[in-house]
Design a protein around this ligand. Structure first.
Ligand SMILES: C[S@@+](CC[C@H](N)C(=O)[O-])C[C@H]1O[C@@H](n2cnc3c(N)ncnc32)[C@H](O)[C@@H]1O
Length: 349
């Protein structure tokens, strides 16, 4: 299942890489820092690019798992590529490639199809998915929606069709393109809640195992409602108004103040979360001033707004402020639900 190519310049492997809109240049920079000379071609401006890494597919997957990137949200290896001038021929070739693929002769697979907006292929990704599934129905491997042994990824652009077969963990995410979708609940207080839901799933943060949380910059209360749903007692700090439906919750204490003006007991909390739309350096100072209230072993989850043009330098600066305050960074990641920000997951030692 290798897409490794041995040329006069050495081994290389190609991947379709995806980042949040506008952040592909930083994902490219991460790959350059990790792998050295990386050739890349943008397929969707600021978002999707084709990268050639000077390494084998397996080594790339190992390194990406050891040093998870912040901005690179998803990738899949390119094992098959065809020009799409004649779409029927392109699909026939794709079917033949998949039907003959040695790794698809047993077990299970999921099919993930994406297309660029300007792709010559008319129809939705869903239509193409059905078309491909009918073309490969004789495949011995079983098509499943979840927990597949392998992911078959297909990407359609204006001129080309790319496909690859890989394990979900080697793609950095088991969601199509790393786009983590949740259903909006009825009466959901804010879309911000999706950030914690996604952090719980993709960063494996065991929110239900905590007891007492402080939520800094909590209004209107999406994060607070998520934590209350997980059974925690929550102290919500914000001078702005919380959604009234939360206010009578028996496990909520609402402090209508600026976070710079609050005082807590030492080690009062085992979870601190902060989602303030504020200058990241001021946020870091404000949060570190409150860390006395987080017991050692406690967890902190904060969003860092990327306000200026050098996110890598900014992230380094903010993480070192936290590291100087006994916080060990578990993960820094731009989640699908983060806009111009990243999420930091830390544990106090
Ligand atoms: C993006 S909203 C938070 C959304 C929230 N996480 C949710 O899920 O509903 C940012 C909040 O930070 C609050 N904020 C900004 N500066 C603050 C400060 N110094 N102290 C407390 N809250 C602050 C704002 O009032 C605003 O309500």
């Amino acid at each position: 299942m290798s897409n490794q190519v041995q040329t006069a310049e050495g081994i290389s492997a190609r991947f379709i890489c995806t980042a949040n809109h506008g952040f592909a240049p930083y994902a490219q920079e991460e790959l350059r820092r990790m792998f050295g000379a990386v050739k890349s071609t943008m397929l969707v401006s600021g978002e999707v690019f084709l990268a050639t890494l000077p390494t084998s597919q397996g080594d790339a997957a190992d390194l990406l798992q050891q040093t998870p990137p912040i901005f690179l949200r998803h990738l899949f290896p390119v094992h098959f590529e065809v020009n799409t001038e004649q779409q029927d021929i392109a699909f026939d070739q794709l079917f033949r490639f998949l039907l003959n693929h040695s790794a698809l002769q047993e077990g299970s697979f999921s099919l993930q199809v994406r297309k660029t907006e300007r792709s010559n292929f008319e129809g939705t990704s869903g239509v193409f998915k059905q078309h491909i599934l009918s073309g490969i129905e004789l495949l011995p491997a079983e098509h499943v929606i979840q927990d597949a042994d392998l992911i078959v990824s297909v990407y359609l652009t204006e001129e080309r069709l790319y496909a690859g077969v890989s394990r979900a963990e080697d793609n950095l995410s088991d969601w199509n393109g790393g786009a983590v979708r949740f259903q909006k609940e009825e009466g959901q207080i804010s879309r911000a809640k999706f950030k914690l839901l996604e952090a719980e799933k993709t960063l494996d943060i065991p929110f239900s195992s905590f007891h007492r949380a402080v939520d800094i910059g909590a209004a209107p209360g999406g994060w607070t409602s998520f934590l209350l749903d997980r059974g925690l007692e929550v102290t919500a700090v914000d001078p702005a108004k919380m959604n009234p439906v939360l206010l009578n919750h028996p496990k909520l204490k609402y402090v209508s103040k600026n976070a710079g003006d609050v005082k807590f007991k030492e080690n009062e909390f085992d979870l601190l979360v902060c989602d303030m739309s504020w200058s990241p350096k001021l946020m870091a100072r404000l949060v570190t001033d409150l860390l006395y209230s987080l017991r050692s072993g406690g967890t902190a989850v904060v969003t860092v707004k990327l306000m200026h043009k050098k996110p890598m330098a900014l992230i380094k600066e903010v993480t070192s402020v936290f590291e100087d305050s006994r916080m060990q960074i578990q993960r820094a990641k731009q989640l699908f639900h983060n806009r111009d920000e990243i999420t930091l997951y830390m544990i106090k030692y």
